[in-house]
Design a protein around this ligand. Structure first.
Ligand SMILES: [Zn+2]
Length: 237
């Protein structure tokens, strides 16, 4: 069973594959691609020997229309060996990191500069009106205990950044569409609620008798949240 494969779109879609010994991926582009290692900072050549770490550069040996000569892959390899229990003698390697800031999301190469462009073009389509309440639960935080209430609406075009550890809720004051962006996957163990009508928080929801979810009805008063459950400052819970 092959556990790990690696290639490079510009050179060859598949250049490495791990064998049943699972001791790193064997290079398997012999005859088609000539690999070399270089120091990513100085570009000095490095020997392909066990324990060496370097950026792999490729030269295509058979391409005629668009040959590549010493093409920098951006992949930082560690050479794990040049022999193997499976009998293959091509070098074995693991890809440790990128030498640039590219990263891979579900098989797609992503550059942070591209994300900046996408975020910069983001225009949320918001309709209606929501009252948003933020309350700082972070123990020792700069605004610990503080509460902010404001409206998001299709008219005021306000957005809000909510730091981790700040409790937040909203009440729909009209039918509305709201857009959320999150910086991590949902983790139920990380969730903490506080009573919407806790007088210590003093939230102004803009409605006297809100329709609450069952979960929101069960939330404790701020004073009843054990200290070790509170988010603390400056670390994320
Ligand atoms: Zn092997």
């Amino acid at each position: 069973m092959v556990n790990e494969v690696m290639g490079l779109g510009d050179v060859a879609p598949s250049l490495y594959g791990e064998c049943e010994a699972q001791q790193g991926m064997h290079f398997c582009g012999q005859g088609f691609v000539w690999p070399e290692l270089v120091d990513p900072a100085t570009h000095e050549p490095l020997a392909i020997e066990t324990g060496v770490v370097g950026e792999v550069v490729y030269t295509t040996l058979q391409r005629e229309a668009m040959p590549l000569v010493r093409f920098r892959s951006g992949d930082l390899l560690e050479i794990l060996g040049t022999s193997c229990a499976c009998g293959r003698t091509s070098f074995r390697a693991r890809c440790l990191a990128r030498t640039d800031d590219m990263f891979i999301v579900r098989g797609v190469n992503v550059y942070p500069t591209a994300i900046v462009a996408v975020v910069g073009e983001f225009h949320p389509h918001v309709t209606g009106r929501a009252r948003v309440v933020l309350h700082d639960l972070r123990e020792g935080g700069p605004t610990d205990g503080g509460t902010e209430c404001f409206d998001l609406s299709g008219e005021n075009h306000v957005g809000a950044y909510i730091p981790p550890g700040v409790a937040h809720g909203f009440a729909a004051l009209t039918d509305m569409v709201i857009t959320y962006q999150v910086d991590g996957y949902y983790n139920p163990a990380d969730e903490l609620g506080v009573a919407w009508d806790d007088p210590v928080i003093g939230a102004d929801w803009g409605v006297a008798d809100p329709i609450l979810s069952e979960r929101d009805r069960q939330n404790p008063l701020r004073a009843d949240i054990p200290s070790n459950r509170r988010p603390y400052w400056p670390m994320r819970t």
